[in-house]
Design a protein around this ligand. Structure first.
Ligand SMILES: [Ca+2]
Ligand SMILES: [Ca+2]
Ligand SMILES: [Ca+2]
Length: 274
């Protein structure tokens, strides 16, 4: 009898862990999809208001997988019919996001530099171990781009086994083994970008921010690659409070441009720890 109860407790523990694994949840205020406060959406009508405005990031353990659910302030559409692409995509078109994870929270441990095209670095205490790519592009296309432009980051980049859309959310499923496990103690940052099917030769499928917006270019930044090509991020305490808007602008304003690239200063972005 006693054994049976112990087994029963053990089984229900395993089952409930499977169904309701650990999770972290970060909220972000609405209306801060302006990078450092000055960025403007491209002018083409596909870039609808709120499409790059992060409202929440949820990361949860689901059996052998980890689910990343990123929600924005607009219904996610597929204006470029991604399923018809030469390498069929994931049912959305204009969004792209990166979830950077600091797994050890040890000063100087991990990768400092963001992926090519983002023009960001991470704070010393928050160098990242892994970066999940949330993209409408197929795994094959993303892997081609890694080979071409991000070879040095290839051990860091994780391409989800499945990425799909649900209303205002992009959901990506990543095998836990690709992350080496899961912990709610990890630090997270989500970088909101836009999927560029015809990226610049050094850019990892990212869309540029220029001085002036264009049909498919963000505006309000610089024509040099010294400004962060980042539309929205999360900032501590990530509860979605208004003060997080100013904090984000302050962080993303921390760059310096100059005709001489050796004088550029690239922004440093912190992670959010639960
Ligand atoms: Ca936001
Ligand atoms: Ca680290
Ligand atoms: Ca934000």
């Amino acid at each position: 009898m006693k054994h049976r109860i112990i087994i029963l407790i053990f089984v229900s523990f395993v089952v409930s862990n499977y169904l309701f694994g650990e999770e972290v949840l970060f909220d972000d205020p609405i209306g801060d999809d302006k990078g450092p406060g000055s960025y403007i959406y491209p002018t083409d009508s596909v870039y609808k208001k709120g499409s790059f405005d992060i409202s929440r990031l949820e990361v949860r353990e689901k059996g052998e997988d980890v689910e990343f659910k990123l929600t924005v302030n607009a219904k996610i559409e597929d204006p470029w019919n991604s399923k018809s692409w030469p390498q069929p995509g994931n049912g959305f078109s204009i969004q792209m996001a990166f979830v950077f994870i600091d797994m050890d929270h040890k000063e100087g441990s991990g990768e400092e530099e963001g992926l090519p095209g983002l023009n960001i670095k991470f704070e010393k205490e928050s160098f990242y171990e892994k970066c999940i790519v949330l993209s409408p592009q197929s795994r094959a296309r993303i892997n081609d781009e890694i080979k071409l432009k991000a070879e040095k980051f290839k051990e860091r980049i994780v391409v989800p086994k499945r990425t799909f859309v649900q209303g205002r959310s992009i959901i990506a499923i990543v095998p836990k083994k690709d992350l080496g496990g899961f912990s709610t103690k990890w630090g997270f940052q989500v970088i909101m970008q836009s999927n560029e099917g015809y990226p610049d030769k050094k850019d990892f499928l990212t869309r540029k921010v220029n001085e002036y917006e264009g049909p498919h270019r963000f505006g309000g930044g610089s024509d040099y690659d010294c400004d962060p090509h980042v539309i929205d991020i999360i900032v501590a305490p990530a509860k979605g409070g208004k003060e997080e808007i100013e904090k984000q602008y302050e962080i993303l304003k921390g760059f310096k441009c100059d005709p001489d690239p050796s004088k550029w200063e690239i922004v440093r972005i912190p992670m959010v720890y639960r």
